[in-house]
Write a protein that binds this ligand. Structure first.
Ligand code: SF4
Ligand code: SF4
Length: 234
């Protein structure tokens, strides 16, 4: 059913029930996301896509559009709030981009650029986190995990459907874990997909790395904003 909503003061026509984050992209309005991926179920964990809907702030990946909705994306307070959310993610883990294998193709880094982040306004926590090297084909650089849950929900053992990644504990004690037995039977393609799916450099495929020269890496060739808006036109 066709409906009308107002997006940043402009009236647009769209289809009822489509997720707001996608409607915005379809109309040329980029909203940053870190857990959400178009075409996959919404996870709603990172909140980086927060906007104002009928006066209330909510994550746009969780909102199906409805007739008459008024949506604000580009407002000074909202831009700053999204920036603060990204800064929190940097302050909460340990991120050292220049030495990171994911640099240049990391969604957190790319979104950091989009929201204009230079440094976190929050004190860095420097949490002590151990790396996990036991699995044959994958290692976990836990310093960089943002607990988006993409790997938890979307990477499953092909035979049993069981989860290969889980998040153990809660809050500041949360830790990304890997089922080593299941991980060791992941085919190479699934290993590559898991490493690619992780928006940061936490899931790393063993035996490969730093394979693209600086300047030719994914988001250096085309920004995350361009890629998001381009995907919406396909
Ligand atoms: S995961 Fe991304 S943000 Fe974190 S250190 Fe690596 S490149 Fe930087
Ligand atoms: S390992 Fe990567 S995909 Fe999994 S929860 Fe952490 S950041 Fe998300």
């Amino acid at each position: 059913m066709n409906i009308r909503i107002t997006l940043d003061g402009k009236e647009i026509e769209t289809t009822a029930g489509t997720l707001l984050v996608d409607v915005a992209a379809d109309n040329g309005v980029y909203i940053p996301t870190l857990c959400y991926q178009r075409g996959k179920p919404c996870l709603g964990t990172c909140r980086a896509c927060s906007v104002r809907v009928n006066g209330n702030v909510m994550a746009s990946c969780t909102v199906p559009v409805a007739e008459g909705m008024t949506v604000e994306v580009d407002a000074a307070d909202l831009n700053d709030m999204r920036k603060a959310l990204v800064e929190l993610l940097f302050a909460e883990g340990n991120h050292n981009c220049p030495s990171c294998e994911k640099s240049g193709r990391c969604e957190l880094q790319a979104v950091g650029y989009e929201v204009g982040m230079l440094v976190s306004r929050f004190p860095y926590r420097f949490p002590p986190r151990t790396r996990e090297h036991v699995a044959k084909y994958i290692w976990l650089e836990r310093d960089r995990c943002i607990f988006c849950q993409r790997c938890v929900e979307f990477v499953r053992d092909h035979e049993t459907g069981r989860k290969i990644f889980t998040i153990d504990d809660r809050g500041t004690h949360a830790s990304i874990e890997i089922d080593v037995a299941l991980a060791d039977r992941m085919p190479p393609e699934q290993v590559r997909e898991a490493a690619e799916l992780c928006p940061v450099g936490c899931i790393i495929a063993k035996g490969v790395g730093y394979d693209k020269p600086i300047g030719q890496r994914k988001f250096e060739v085309k920004s995350i904003r361009e890629r998001t808006l381009e995907r919406s036109r396909k």
